[in-house]
Write a protein that binds this ligand. Structure first.
Ligand code: NDP
Length: 323
């Protein structure tokens, strides 16, 4: 089969197209013909070696496709099922094996392109609203990178719950997308973000700040948070946040800072199934209009990484895989 391999840690150029044998499922796994592989920021962190990984390896944590073989102990899935996953690790390939407990059936209302490139982002938005923090109707939250994959989904979902969402973005095009998703106010990055959020909230600040940008925004995130509010640092698109003195959380307003990761909110199969069901239901009933902003062929995975890292993407990013 054709697959993309990370040949060594480095830039997007280390992503190479290779021919490798089709993997065989272990007893608790299914073999899937991949139709869409999602391209996520974590794929770039792993490729660079910023997160631990051992080249050569096939990247890609999520996708959608059709089950073509079952491991001996798999009883609740069938050959021919259309499924998606977001706890996999070799999705940039024509075939991949995934543990059955990490696979979910995809309803007819959801396309392969959406499921395969947005389940990971959708479940992230779900646990950010219902896990890492619990903003209530009427609360104001600040969300960085409002036109990104997680950003657009989180905005639509939060607004549907009666939460006011203020976002940051880097361009007019992204501002328009963020507003269309329901953001009440869209700011440009800068040293005045906290002041502007306070001006929009009668001086209080945001109850929750969702920060997936990291190094470039974290100081403003702390400063924009209301007394007893929460900063959810969920990524570092601009780089990791340097260590800081916890005592600062006291003077900043008895703040809570958390650094969550999706795996801990989907490890339990029942929790994974619940979050996935809520995500697919929200697409089916029109609450979410998940946008696949760009689709690349499997052989062009490096271009997909370059676009993501150059801030040239909006919404989710997909690789179309045709066996
Ligand atoms: P996005 O589509 O949001 O892309 C990242 C965006 O971050 C860019 O489009 C850009 O938007 C903004 N950005 C700001 N500074 C930079 C920079 N220096 N370089 C690149 N981008 C920058 O990505 P995803 O939706 O895939 O992920 C968003 C974040 O969420 C990432 O940090 C990712 O790692 C994290 N994540 C965390 C998970 C978890 O469980 N912890 C799970 C899934 C994702 P703009 O141009 O508007 O600034």
């Amino acid at each position: 089969m054709r697959a993309i391999q990370v040949s060594a840690h480095g830039g997007a150029e280390v992503l190479t197209l290779v021919d490798v044998p089709v993997p065989q499922p272990e007893s608790d796994e299914v073999l899937i013909a991949v139709h869409t592989a999602g391209v996520n920021f974590i794929d770039t962190y792993l490729r660079e070696g910023r997160y631990p990984s051992t080249p050569p390896y096939i990247p890609g944590s999520e996708g959608a496709g059709e089950i073509v073989a079952l491991g001996a102990d798999v009883t609740d899935l069938a050959v021919g099922d259309r499924v998606a996953w977001c706890n996999g690790d070799q999705s940039y390939a024509e075939y991949t094996t995934v543990r059955a407990a990490h696979v979910v059936r995809v309803p007819d209302a959801v396309t392969d392109a959406v499921a395969g490139s947005s389940l990971l982002r959708g479940l992230t938005a779900h646990y950010l609203l219902d896990g890492s923090a619990h903003p209530a109707p009427g609360d104001t939250v600040l969300l960085h990178a409002g036109a990104g994959g997680v950003g657009l989904i989180l905005t639509e979902w939060a607004v549907a719950r009666g939460i006011r969402v203020v976002t940051t973005v880097s361009s007019d095009e992204k501002e328009a997308l963020s507003r269309a998703a329901g953001a009440s106010d869209v700011l440009r990055y800068g040293d005045d973000i906290a002041d502007r959020v306070r001006a929009l909230t009668d001086g209080r600040g945001a109850s929750v700040v969702y920060d997936g940008v990291g190094a470039a925004t974290f100081e403003q995130s702390l400063a924009a948070t209301a007394i007893r509010g929460t900063v959810v640092l969920f990524g570092g698109a601009s780089g990791p946040v340097p260590p800081f003195d916890l005592q600062r959380l006291s003077t900043a307003g008895s703040l809570t800072v958390t650094r969550p990761t999706l795996a801990h909110f989907t490890a339990d199969p029942a929790e994974f199934a619940w979050r996935a069901r809520e995500f697919f239901d929200a697409i089916a009933d029109g609450t979410l209009t998940v946008q696949v902003g760009q689709v690349f062929g499997l052989a062009h995975a490096a271009d997909a990484h370059r676009a993501l890292e150059a801030r040239a993407t909006t919404g989710s990013t997909a690789l179309e895989v045709v066996a």
